[in-house]
Design a protein around this ligand. Structure first.
Ligand SMILES: C[S@@+](CC[C@H](N)C(=O)[O-])C[C@H]1O[C@@H](n2cnc3c(N)ncnc32)[C@H](O)[C@@H]1O
Length: 268
């Protein structure tokens, strides 16, 4: 599935570095100054590479590795919530997905992976400094995987760029919003949701999920599910056996999923 545009190097503790395989000595953040072609070359997956003092294992550029080693700017949606959204919204090949904001593209990489080579993915982001980071992560993924959906990026606030969005598709099978204020966005893009399609809002705080719920109902969508997912990791206990690992039992966000069931609101 993979090609050699990007090399994934993993530290023994699990930290991941994604290195562009272009010739020339240069500084690679977190690893130092070296020529990736000389240091990594055609090393097989699983082989150990030495860069400076570090011993690293080369691994294939799969989604979990590209996510762990991604460039970051805005807060990202991780596998726990991305996986649930993808399953619950039923995303798969051939689907048309609209997503805002792109941010660092944490969620976008998961969506692209689930669409494979026959989907359409439109991302929207008003902040160029966020889009620059997010689009770089998307390029890494596109150049690493055998299949990638048709991807278009639209600059701007989603509620203000619906015309530009609709140059790529009249309607979408799924719309996912990770925004500070969902209400105007839901009102603007709900008419772009195909019958049977689902719209999801990612809401870090309760006031957002409440506002998103009302906005979806106002837009003629039926709220199908709202709630949060709690993840509890287990590990080996020092004196034998297994137990939940120590560490924060954290919150990411509340998710809300609504569906367009009726065409009535679209035809009024
Ligand atoms: C938390 S970040 C998104 C992170 C992204 N889901 C990820 O997993 O990497 C929220 C993004 O929404 C963008 N944003 C804010 N208002 C927006 C709007 N009205 N339309 C589109 N994007 C918006 C912000 O600039 C920011 O980059």
């Amino acid at each position: 599935m993979d090609n050699d545009a990007w090399a994934v190097l993993v530290e023994p503790e699990g930290k991941v570095h994604v290195v562009e395989m272009q010739p020339g000595v240069r500084k690679v953040k977190g690893l130092g100054v070296f020529d990736p072609i000389e240091a990594i070359g055609k090393a097989a997956y699983g082989a150990t590479i030495t860069v400076g003092q570090k011993k690293l294992t080369r691994m294939p550029p799969r989604l979990p590795e590209l996510s762990k080693g991604m460039l970051r700017r805005a807060q990202t949606i991780s596998a726990k919530d991305a996986g649930y959204l993808i399953a619950r919204m039923g995303l798969g090949s051939g689907d048309r997905v609209l997503e805002a904001g792109l941010g660092s593209a944490g969620l976008s990489m998961h969506i692209a992976r689930s669409l494979g080579g026959s989907g359409l993915h439109v991302t929207v982001e008003p902040r160029t400094e966020h889009a620059e980071v997010g689009l770089k992560n998307m390029i890494r993924a596109k150049q690493s995987w055998a299949e990638f959906p048709e991807h278009h990026h639209v600059e701007g606030a989603i509620e203000e760029v619906t015309d530009a969005i609709q140059t790529h598709a009249e309607t979408f099978d799924a719309i996912i919003l990770d925004l500070p204020n969902h209400t105007p966005a839901v009102g603007a893009v709900a008419p772009l949701l195909a019958v049977g399609g689902r719209l999801a809002c990612y809401c870090p705080v309760t006031s957002q999920v409440e506002a998103a719920w009302f906005a979806c109902e106002e837009a003629g969508l039926e709220v199908e599910w709202a709630g949060e997912l709690i993840e509890r990791q287990w590990g080996k206990a020092s004196k034998g056996g297994m137990r939940p690992v120590n560490g924060p039992f954290g919150h990411t966000a509340f998710l809300l999923i609504a569906q367009r069931i009726s065409v009535d609101e679209l035809t009024q």
